[in-house]
Design a protein around this ligand. Structure first.
Ligand SMILES: [Zn+2]
Ligand SMILES: [Zn+2]
Ligand SMILES: [Zn+2]
Length: 361
């Protein structure tokens, strides 16, 4: 388990649980977090009303020119240090086929909250536990970032701060020195404790004592407590950790081009549809049924998965049309294929016939 940031900077050991008071509304809070995210209260805004998706305005399949395909192919081949350019220069394009595929994407932007007990050395900070009931974890105002921007904020929960004796030094402000186990001195490293050197002369380093002062504690035998910084007391309080994050899921409709779907992850397409609101309603009436189905499934999944532990603040769904052109060409009497796809004109040529310029002449 990871130590909480506040505790790790003051000492390695988490305080015992009995050091913390019970705060109504925060019963599951432990030091170091790990209590999980707190379920948000029921939404006060009513569920959204179904809205017909506007029909996409432009259905024509963009096709690229032979010249554009050749150019993309040449760029691709020249980026591979060992590929011979023969097929690019001498290959003859025999066929170009356009395939379009759709990518549906759902993004859910949400806020999650968790709490943890934290501590600091007590140096006169305001102590407010019990002055009045602590506000609930979801009643505390936080400064949300713009939609779909990840962010974190830590807020000290009001009316939870109290002062306790430091559990590590038991309120002494000092702990026995680790280097000399509290003795203040240790065996002389020059004479190894004998007080004499090999020549039977007295050891000058320790003056024949056989021991030397501990440098870690300057001979005191104890060091200032790291946890309370010598203050003897700690102020303990509950921190509320607020996290804003975006979860994203994609669905790519099946196409018949033969290009593997993974290739499409890195490219963008033409945006046909975009809808952003508090909670989106699945896309309806889209010509490709698998896209409409995916929308319904993902919208439901996100609500089931995220609404339990987080407060959904905004959702966004898009449909992109990703162009794919399958180019067939002849080179040295054999037929080969490459693909040009995405707005970026990415190329995939798994069967490139001249992958080693040294052997193909
Ligand atoms: Zn010595
Ligand atoms: Zn020491
Ligand atoms: Zn201490």
């Amino acid at each position: 388990m990871a130590a909480p940031p506040a505790a790790s900077s003051y000492g390695p050991s988490a305080p015992p649980a009995n050091m913390f008071d019970t705060v109504p509304g925060y019963e599951g809070t432990v030091a170091g977090g790990g209590g999980g995210y707190l379920p948000p209260p029921m939404p006060t805004v009513p569920m959204p009303v179904p809205e017909q998706a506007p029909s996409p305005p432009d259905w024509h399949i963009p096709s690229i020119s032979e010249e554009r395909a050749r150019e993309a192919f040449a760029t691709y081949v020249s980026s591979k240090c060992c590929y011979s350019s023969g097929p690019v220069k001498d290959g003859v394009i025999t066929n170009m086929e356009s395939f379009n595929t759709y990518r549906y994407r759902l993004e859910t932007f949400m806020e999650s909250r968790s709490t943890e007990w934290s501590q600091e050395p007590f140096a006169g900070q305001p102590v407010d536990a019990g002055v009045q009931p602590a506000p609930g974890p979801w009643q505390i105002a936080a400064q949300a970032p713009a939609f779909f921007q990840d962010h974190k904020q830590t807020i000290r929960v009001p009316y939870t701060s109290s002062v306790k004796n430091c559990h590590l030094c038991l309120g002494m402000g000092r702990n026995p020195c680790n280097a000399c186990t509290g003795a203040g001195n240790k065996v002389c490293w020059v004479c190894n404790g004998s007080g004499f050197r090999q020549s039977n002369d007295r050891c000058t380093h320790c003056n024949g004592r056989g021991r030397e002062n501990c440098s870690s504690c300057s001979g005191n035998g104890s060091c200032q407590c790291d946890t309370c910084h010598g203050k003897r007391q700690l102020i303990v309080f509950i921190n509320l950790n607020v996290k804003w994050s975006t979860e994203k899921d994609d669905f790519v409709a099946q196409d018949l081009s033969g290009l593997r779907v993974e290739n499409l992850e890195k490219v963008s397409g033409k945006e046909l549809f975009k809808d952003a609101q508090y909670m989106v309603y699945p896309v309806m009436g889209f010509p490709d049924f698998s896209v409409a189905q995916a929308s319904e499934r993902l919208v439901r999944d996100h609500q089931v998965k995220y609404a339990q532990t987080s407060r959904i603040l905004q959702q966004r769904q898009t449909i992109e049309l990703i162009p794919i052109t399958k180019v067939s060409y002849m080179w040295k009497g054999k037929s080969h294929v490459y693909y040009v796809y995405g707005n970026e004109f990415q190329v995939n040529a798994d069967d490139y016939p001249a992958t080693c310029c040294c052997s193909v002449m």
